[in-house]
Design a protein around this ligand. Structure first.
Ligand code: ZN
Length: 427
């Protein structure tokens, strides 16, 4: 039996992922496979904070088992396989837990719960991560399921997508949770211990932003989450967790996720870009990058179908310096997203495919006395101030570029959940 839940986040005080260990703990059924944390289209304006939905499969477990977490003093065990169970009151039990924790008065919250015997159609996931899905499109797919939507039930979309996800690629995240009375308080995660963990557990990623001295495993907002460690190998996440010094927590659980997979990106021509798309676009740089108010850096690219602005926003910090060294004629592939009016691609990462040759005038030495010559005026050649020798010919030399071919990405502090780190491409 699949349980999918979405949109119980609030701006402060709640995070949908917390419901997963709570439901597993309260229901007493076996967990089959890993719980799932599925990020959806990051460009949708009506999304909740992290735009994450969750799903679990429960049943009577058999086959290989493993520990995937601990919660309120109990181990969370996951089984490789499971037999179907019949729990007629399951929807009501899950609703009770959701109602206990979801901040229903939060305007942006509209939770949805789906209980489905069947796995839902994979296409729902791809649409929810890449485009815009409406509730009516989902209702057809869940007609055989039991479900409940609060306040319009927009969360049913994410709930269905989390069940429907069939990983093409995946990563893991171990999330540790604070006791309820600490959710709205300051929390402590020791910076040095995170750096040590980051250096020791190589299969983890996006733990720490060295340049900006930012502990990325600790959420910015006050939520049940104390920290979340991302990685490629679940066993290594256990080891990483033990290295992190922090406030005490009531439990943790390892999710399989679509984070760091680039699942949201679709390769497109510029003319094909639609509102809320996330795209991979290759083109030629058409303009020198310019800094606009707010510190954002903008440049224009074109392909054979059209042209579009690309932006490295202020929050991408040192990434802007890389972007600034582009010149017209450079060929780049931009990975990023557009908003409602698809006039600008917000860059997540970029690959410089080829660099234009740029030249500058070489100031010659005097052929008679060896002194550095001076310009005799625009386009008029050079004159030696000491002996009066005149040279008409203007020579150009190739300038060493400040940027090299290859991948560049925004710093960890500005990274999107779904973006695949460039380190993954080089492995
Ligand atoms: Zn001279």
């Amino acid at each position: 039996m699949w349980i999918g839940i979405d949109d119980t986040d609030s701006s402060e005080g709640m995070c949908t992922t917390f419901l997963v260990p709570e439901i597993i703990y309260s229901l007493g059924h076996d967990l089959i496979g890993f719980p799932r944390l599925v990020r959806l289209n990051p460009n949708i304006p009506w999304k909740t904070r992290g735009n994450a939905a969750v799903a679990i499969r429960i049943g009577k477990g058999y086959g290989k088992s493993r520990k995937v977490g601990e919660f309120r003093g109990k181990e969370i065990i996951s089984y490789e396989k499971g037999k179907e169970i019949d729990d007629v009151g399951l929807l009501e039990k899950v609703m009770n837990i959701v109602e206990r924790y979801a901040v229903l008065e939060d305007k942006k919250t509209s939770p949805g719960i789906i209980i489905s015997k069947k796995k839902l159609d994979e296409s729902i996931y791809w649409r929810a991560v890449r485009s815009v899905v409406y509730l009516k499109d989902i209702k057809i797919h869940i007609k055989d399921a039991r479900y409940f939507g609060y306040k319009g039930g927009r969360g049913l979309i994410g709930a269905a997508a989390a069940i429907a996800w069939k990983p093409r690629e995946k990563t893991y995240e171990l999330i540790a949770y604070l006791p309820e009375d600490r959710w709205l308080h300051e929390r402590f995660v020791d910076e040095d211990s995170v750096i040590e963990m980051d250096k020791n557990v190589k299969t983890t990623f996006e733990n720490y932003d060295y340049r900006n001295r930012h502990v990325a495993i600790k959420p910015e907002t006050r939520t049940p989450v104390l920290f979340g460690i991302r990685g490629k190998v679940p066993e290594d996440l256990e080891r990483a967790r033990l290295m992190v010094r922090s406030d005490p927590y009531i439990g943790y659980i390892i999710f399989e996720t679509n984070q760091g997979t680039d699942d949201h990106l679709v390769r497109k021509k510029i003319s094909e870009i639609s509102p809320y798309d996330s795209v991979i676009v290759s083109g030629r740089v058409d303009s020198y990058p310019r800094v606009i108010s707010g510190g954002h850096v903008i440049f224009r690219i074109s392909d054979d179908s059209g042209s579009i602005d690309c932006a490295a926003y202020e929050k991408t910090r040192e990434f802007r310096e890389i972007v600034k060294s582009l010149v017209p004629g450079d060929m780049v592939t931009v990975f990023g997203s557009v908003k409602k009016y698809p006039g600008t691609i917000n860059i997540e990462k970029m690959r410089v495919d080829s660099l234009a040759d740029i030249y500058e005038k070489e100031i010659p030495r005097c052929p008679s006395c060896g002194r550095k010559m001076e310009s005799a005026g625009n386009g008029k050649g050079y004159r030696c101030r000491r002996c009066g020798t005149f040279v008409k010919e203007i020579k150009y030399v190739k300038v060493e570029r400040e940027i090299e071919k290859g991948f560049y990405q925004v710093p960890v502090i500005a990274r999107r959940h779904l973006s695949k780190p460039i380190e993954f491409f080089q492995e």
